[in-house]
Ligand binder design. Structure first.
Ligand SMILES: [Zn+2]
Length: 197
């Protein structure tokens, strides 16, 4: 299964336990926000806080296990050609663009996720902090100030995430100018039963 996300769009799909989700930036320089819910109980969702706590780091890459709010392993990153992602910041939203930039009615990852996850019975209010693939956020060790840098990915860079339980997953091609250096690209989403290596 393969989905091509046009710039500033999103999708939601089911990924079965054992299947691998591959998220690719075909053109490079494009962030993709990802969230996940347990298909068997939508009250269980991908937790930034649990993942950071159990991994002992704010950075995830190959080998990282991504946990739910109930401490269940939901996904394992099995490959990562970009190497740097963010798991601190909420998906961009219409409210964020209005509050930070005074821009009304801006396309956003939140709206795209909420729109597509609604098909699976997931309301926008339940969308947690997303795993922002290819997004580079640096944290000042002194005052904690965050800076959004250029995305980590070159053309063709991808992340493979193996589902550890049956999931409903949402993915976007991020809509934020700052996050993507002002240039919006597509995102490719593939589900494969098994990936070598
Ligand atoms: Zn976004």
């Amino acid at each position: 299964m393969s989905i091509h996300l046009e710039p500033q769009t999103g999708c939601a799909l089911k990924v079965a336990a054992g299947e691998t989700l591959r998220v690719t930036s075909p053109t490079g320089g494009q962030v993709a926000d990802l969230t996940a819910f347990a298909a068997a109980d939508l009250g269980e969702w991908l937790s930034s806080g649990r993942t950071i706590d159990y991994g002992g780091t704010i950075l995830v890459t190959t080998g990282s296990v991504l946990y739910s709010n109930r401490s269940t392993p939901m996904l394992t990153i099995t490959a990562d050609t970009a190497g740097r992602h963010d798991f601190l910041i909420s998906p961009c939203s219409a409210e964020m663009f209005e509050r930070l930039y005074g821009s009304a009615g801006h396309p956003s990852c939140f709206t795209n996720l909420a729109t597509h996850l609604a098909r699976f019975g997931i309301h926008g209010d339940r969308i947690p902090t997303t795993l922002n693939l290819f997004m580079v956020v640096t944290v000042d060790p002194g005052d904690g100030h965050i800076t959004i840098e250029a995305p980590s990915c070159a053309a063709g860079d991808h992340v493979d995430l193996r589902a550890e339980i049956d999931l409903v997953v949402g993915v976007t091609a991020c809509s934020a100018e700052l996050t993507n250096q002002g240039v919006f690209g597509p995102i490719a989403v593939e589900v494969v039963a098994e990936l070598a290596g």
